[in-house]
Structures are given as structure tokens and as C-alpha cells.
Design a protein around this ligand. Structure first.
Ligand code: SAM
Length: 188
């Protein structure tokens, strides 16, 4: 069966799916997978790079409500971040979301050493994916999962990232043939 949300969340999700192109949101299939991955990993601390209006963040946060975890999500534009915060509030997940506004690289670089994530979703500036990967690595728990969107739709821009994951002995990875293409990497 399809995932069942409360009526308000279902309505918000449906409305957001109408403006998916405008806000560069992941397709619903990817949202469902993100939600399942977080629950399967029993993730407690998730980092999202690229909030936009909060669509993928809602899929992550709804799963974190079940695992008892928290989402940190980074967005450069304050207007998009404000829309995302409204959506998180409407869907009753704002209490598990820490929205951060600014340049993703600068924000990750400034994280305290004690900041750890067991699941990371990368979906911001495609040419910076490789930087996000390098910057986030010291902040991963031992068994951590990384998912990145637009691997086939923006293949040339993300190639350095794919090469870096491929060259890293600690991670096993595969590219899943969803719309846009997602890379899933796991360190065990
Ligand atoms: C593809 S959209 C994210 C879509 C979102 N993950 C979803 O599926 O609902 C990418 C977002 O990343 C933001 N972004 C791009 N470069 C960024 C950067 N360097 N730092 C922070 N955010 C950035 C953009 O403003 C945009 O809203």
C-alpha cells in the first residue's frame, strides 16, 4: 500500500507536487525512498543539503518522527527557507527540523566536531557535490548512508563527486535508475 499521512500532510504534499518543477523538488518516488531509507537505517541525525520549499525535507522529517531523530536542512535563499519552515509547521514536523540558512559549504565547515549524521541527502549545487562529500565525511557516524540526487540528469556536473565516492574504499555505492538518478552510498 502507499504511505498514509494525516490529511493536512497529504494535502500539503499534493499541493507541493503541483509546483515540483518550479522548486526543483525530487520526484515522489525519491521522496518515498528517502522516507523508507531513514526508517530502515533507524537514522537519528539526518543532514539535507538543499531544502528548497521543504518537499524532500517533509519525507525525511516524517520518517524521523518515527525514529525519534532530527533533520538539519540547509538552504541558501531565505525566501525558500521561509516557505519550507511554513510547510514543516503545517505538517507538524517543525519540532524535529533545524533549518539553517546560508552557503552549504560554509555551514558544514563551521559544524562543531561533535556534530554527527547517520544519513545525508545531497541535493543543492551540483558542481559542489564533491565538496559536500569531503566536508561531511568527518561528521558521519561509522555506519552512515549518503543519497545524492540528479546523478544521471546532471551527470557531467556531478562526475567529480561520483569519482570521489568510487575511489573511497570505505563506501559501497550504486546509482539507482530513478528519474534524475540517485546515488546511494553506505559505509559499514
Ligand atoms: C534541487 S533544490 C532542492 C530540492 C529539495 N531537496 C526537494 O527535493 O524538495 C536545490 C536547492 O539548493 C539550494 N542551494 C543551491 N546551492 C546552494 C548552496 N551552495 N548552499 C545552500 N543551498 C544551496 C537552492 O537554492 C535550491 O533551493
Amino acid at each position: 500500500m502507499d504511505i498514509v499521512f494525516d490529511e493536512i500532510t497529504s494535502n500539503v504534499m499534493s499541493e507541493l507536487e503541483k509546483t515540483q518543477r518550479e522548486f526543483w523538488n525530487v520526484p515522489r518516488t525519491t521522496g518515498i525512498l528517502l522516507n523508507m531509507f531513514v526508517k530502515m537505517m533507524n537514522a537519528k541525525s539526518v543532514l539535507e543539503v538543499g531544502t528548497s520549499n521543504g518537499y524532500s525535507g517533509l519525507w525525511l522529517a516524517k520518517a524521523l518522527k518515527e525514529t525519534g531523530g532530527r533533520l538539519t536542512t540547509i538552504e541558501y535563499y531565505d525566501k525558500r527557507q521561509s516557505i519550507a519552515i511554513e510547510n514543516f509547521k503545517k505538517c507538524g514536523v517543525i519540532d524535529v527540523v533545524r533549518p539553517l540558512q546560508g552557503s552549504a559549504c560554509e555551514i558544514i565547515e563551521a559544524f562543531d566536531d561533535s556534530e554527527k549524521f547517520d544519513f545525508v541527502f545531497i541535493d543543492a549545487n551540483k558542481r559542489e557535490y564533491v565538496k559536500y562529500f569531503e566536508l561531511v565525511k568527518p561528521h558521519l557516524t561509522q555506519k552512515a548512508m549518503i543519497v545524492a540526487d540528479n546523478i544521471t540528469s546532471h551527470a557531467e556536473k556531478v562526475q567529480t563527486f561520483v569519482d570521489a565516492v568510487n575511489a573511497d574504499d570505505e563506501f559501497q555505492y550504486t546509482i539507482v535508475d530513478l528519474p534524475g538518478g540517485i546515488l546511494t552510498a553506505y559505509r559499514n
